[in-house]
Ligand binder design. Structure first.
Ligand SMILES: Nc1ncnc2c1ncn2[C@@H]1O[C@H](COP(=O)(O)OP(=O)(O)OP(=O)(O)O)[C@@H](O)[C@H]1O
Length: 251
């Protein structure tokens, strides 16, 4: 579904992403992990059209999309969430999601956008009535709203920049289960950036690890969490708990 080849992003003389290649199969959940500043968001920004790659190719459903504008990429079926939700507070929840559907689906049909909003809000477990306000939503609710906005754009591939920090353990588990449900019930392929390894390893099919803009490891959760280089640059003292989560997921 997605084929990335030799992706590079330079900011002036600094190379944030260096010759990264990877593939994502239809229906897969790929975890994208690595230390702060390793290039995860920069890759998301290139996949979603926010940044133009300095070099490399991004093929989605067989077509080159590298360098296309963000709205064209959304219309082709790549949706994304942002780490920090920024909804329009003067609009209701329903209006926020319908607006995303209206522009994201590219058909500009109010009826279709409203239908998409209702489905997306229902999917993430938020009220589907048209009057519920955004204010009053806690951290977990705002993340659900962010997800509903992305779903309303009708993605085939979802780039989930989740950052579950700030949620309690039950909320984290629910958010992770939600991604799996989105894949299982809607058939949406997912790339998930997340720092909380115990939750991520339980849900993803495969993991790719970045360090200083380069891919240093890729494989099953059980393989990656036992990779000495990944333990050295990223997992550190979390290695044991991460390996346990990966082993549990395997069972
Ligand atoms: N617009 C920009 N201009 C200059 N440098 C940038 C820009 N965006 C990102 N960078 C740099 O590129 C590197 C990769 O950043 P990026 O945000 O992709 O890392 P990340 O892995 O997503 O980190 P985090 O886990 O903290 O979100 C960092 O050194 C960052 O400072």
């Amino acid at each position: 579904m997605l084929e990335v080849e030799g992706l590079v992003k330079r900011f002036g003389g600094f190379t944030a992403v260096n010759q990264v290649s990877f593939k994502v199969d239809r229906g897969e959940i790929l975890g994208l992990i690595g230390p702060n500043g390793s290039g995860k968001s920069t890759i998301f920004n290139m996949l979603s059209g926010t940044f133009q790659p300095s070099a490399g190719s991004i093929k989605f459903a067989g077509a080159e999309i590298s360098g296309l504008a963000p709205h064209r990429i959304i219309n082709r079926g790549i949706g994304r969430t942002f780490q920090i939700p920024r909804p329009f507070h003067r609009l209701t929840m329903f209006e926020n999601v319908a607006l995303a559907g209206y522009f994201g689906q590219g058909k500009h049909s109010r009826v279709k956008a409203e239908e998409a909003a209702e489905r997306a809000l229902g999917m993430v477990g938020l009220p589907t009535d048209r009057t519920a306000a955004v204010d009053g939503l806690g951290a977990a609710g705002l993340k659900k709203l962010e997800l509903a906005k992305a779903l309303a754009t009708g993605p085939k591939l979802l780039l989930a920049d989740e950052s579950l920090g700030g949620l309690d353990e039950t909320e984290m588990d629910q958010a992770a289960d939600m991604l799996r449900k989105i894949r299982d019930e809607l058939g949406i392929t997912i790339i998930w950036v997340e720092h909380i390894m115990g939750v991520l390893m339980r849900v993803v099919d495969r993991v790719m690890v970045l360090d200083h803009g380069e891919k240093i490891s890729e494989g099953l959760p059980s393989e990656v969490s036992n990779d000495p280089r990944v333990i050295e640059v990223y997992l550190g003292t979390d290695a044991d708990a991460t390996q346990a989560a990966a082993a549990e997921a395997r069972r």
